[in-house]
Structure formats: structure tokens, C-alpha cells
Design a protein around this ligand. Structure first.
Ligand SMILES: NC(=O)c1ccc[n+]([C@@H]2O[C@H](COP(=O)([O-])OP(=O)(O)OC[C@H]3O[C@@H](n4cnc5c(N)ncnc54)[C@H](O)[C@@H]3O)[C@@H](O)[C@H]2O)c1
Length: 239
């Protein structure tokens, strides 16, 4: 009789866009999956929490552990964008974006790591942004937060490698989600999605499933020798 355990994954931002696609993919791949998001979802094992609220996160992680077992996979996809000319950017808006996109990753990693350390096996995938590669006008706070996530990823990978835990980042570029369409609707993209497709080497917009596929690979057993890497999924927009 097989005694293979079913691993448990937590996906933040799992109620929408990329996080939702990652959760769906991991469920299809046979993992136990719980999602954490500000916005409730109808899926089983969806928990409502703000990733900046450590006390609530610890409470939710404890519930997930009881329901599904130790959490050895974490995908940090919760995030906020923001568009403002730097000279007009308020410190409150700067802090809000850094709080969610960077401090949220700090809290979620710290809350989930005890299970991974105990198991001697773990996978963390942080969803950063291709804008950290290129820079992006009017998004200094967002790009600073995502660049910091890439840096955190590389450093944490070095700390956790000896513990059997890999840490990688997937920076998406131009993925068709509510975040992208809202920005298009507010004319914040410097053109329509169609205009951008014409400038994208593979000539299509990215799909949340493209990011989910990269996460599924990085989480798999066979990716155990890959850590501290920033795996761009952007249709060739950034090389
Ligand atoms: N769509 C793109 O082209 C693109 C490009 C680069 C990076 N990203 C990144 O991918 C990730 C997912 O973005 P998306 O495009 O799917 O956006 P989305 O807006 O569709 O989904 C983001 C989810 O995060 C949740 N969230 C936001 N703040 C939260 C908080 N404080 N606590 C808990 N949950 C919170 C939202 O409720 C939402 O469900 C984000 O980190 C985003 O920065 C997206």
C-alpha cells in the first residue's frame, strides 16, 4: 500500500487572477490547496485575511494545518498595483503598496516556514513582476516592492537551501487578469492590451495559466535543484 502523503499548498491572492489560476492548477495536480485573500471565494478551504495582518495569518495557518496538514508549499500572489507620478506620490500610498507586496510576503513566509522546517522539505514561490526588470514610470512604489521581493527570494533561498526548502520568484509580464484590465480601463497602460500584444514577441497576452504552469514546475519534486531563481514568464517582453 502506498503511504505517499498529499502535500498542502497555501496560495495568497487566490480569489482572483493569477492566484486563482495557481490554486486551480495545484488542485488539479493533486495537492491539498487553501487560499488566503482579502476577498472571499466560494472554493473550499478559502480563508479571508489581509496578508499584512500577522495575527490573523497565524490563526488561518493554524486552521489550515488542522484541516489539511502541515503547509509545505506557499505561493505568494496577493498584490496591489499603483500608478502615480513620483512627485505626487503620498507616503501613505507608498507604504500601502510596500505593506501588501513586500511586508505581506515577509509575514506569509514566516507564518508558513515552521511546517517546512519541521518536514525538511518546502517550496516557496513569490509572484513579483517583470516591471522589476525594466522599471516602469509612475509605479516607483510598486516596482520598488517587487524588486525587493526578488531580493528577498534570492537571499532566503541561500538560507533555506540546507533545510530542503527552495525559494524562487516568478515575475509575470502582461497577464490578462482583473488587475490588468482595470489598469487598461483607466488608460494607465500606455495603450490598450491589443497595442501591447503587437509589441510582445509571442504576439498574445499572457494568461494566468501561464504563471500557474511555471509555479507548478517550481513546486514539483523534479525542480529540487532550482532555487534562488527569477523565472520570467512574459512572452519575451523582457529578456
Ligand atoms: N496581471 C499582470 O500582468 C501582473 C504583472 C506583474 C505582476 N503581477 C502580480 O501578480 C499578482 C497577482 O495579480 P493579478 O494580476 O492576479 O491581480 P488580481 O487583482 O486579479 O488579484 C490579486 C488578488 O490579491 C488580493 N489581495 C490584494 N491585497 C491583499 C491583501 N492585503 N491581503 C490578501 N489578499 C490581497 C486581491 O483581493 C486579489 O484577489 C500580484 O502580486 C501582481 O502584482 C501581475
Amino acid at each position: 500500500m502506498s503511504t505517499q502523503i498529499t502535500r498542502t499548498a497555501v496560495v495568497t491572492g487566490g480569489s482572483s487572477g493569477i492566484g486563482r489560476a495557481v490554486a486551480e492548477r495545484l488542485r488539479a495536480d493533486g495537492y491539498n490547496v487553501a487560499t488566503i485573500d482579502l476577498t472571499p471565494s466560494d472554493e473550499k478551504y478559502s480563508y479571508t485575511a489581509n496578508v499584512t495582518d500577522r495575527a490573523r495569518l497565524d490563526e488561518v495557518l493554524a486552521e489550515i494545518r488542522t484541516e489539511l496538514g502541515p503547509v509545505t508549499i506557499l505561493v505568494n500572489a496577493a498584490g496591489l498595483d499603483g500608478f502615480q507620478r513620483f512627485t505626487k506620490l503620498s507616503f501613505d500610498d507608498w507604504k500601502r503598496v510596500l505593506d501588501v507586496n513586500l511586508d505581506g510576503v515577509f509575514h506569509c513566509c514566516q507564518a508558513a516556514l515552521p511546517d517546512m522546517l519541521e518536514a525538511g522539505w518546502g517550496r516557496i514561490v513569490n509572484i513579483s513582476s517583470s516591471s522589476a526588470h525594466s522599471g516602469q514610470p509612475f509605479m516607483t512604489h510598486y516596482v520598488a516592492s517587487k524588486s525587493a521581493v526578488n531580493g528577498l527570494t534570492k537571499s532566503l533561498a541561500l538560507e533555506l537551501g540546507p533545510e530542503g526548502i527552495t525559494v524562487n520568484a516568478v515575475p509575470p509580464g502582461f497577464i490578462d487578469t482583473p488587475m490588468l484590465r482595470t489598469a487598461e480601463g483607466k488608460r494607465l497602460l500606455g495603450g490598450t492590451v491589443e497595442d501591447h500584444i503587437a509589441k510582445t514577441p509571442v504576439r498574445r497576452v499572457g494568461r494566468p495559466e501561464d504563471i500557474a504552469a511555471a509555479c507548478a514546475f517550481l513546486i514539483s519534486e523534479e525542480a529540487g535543484y532550482i532555487t534562488g531563481q527569477i523565472l520570467g514568464v512574459n512572452g519575451g517582453r523582457n529578456t
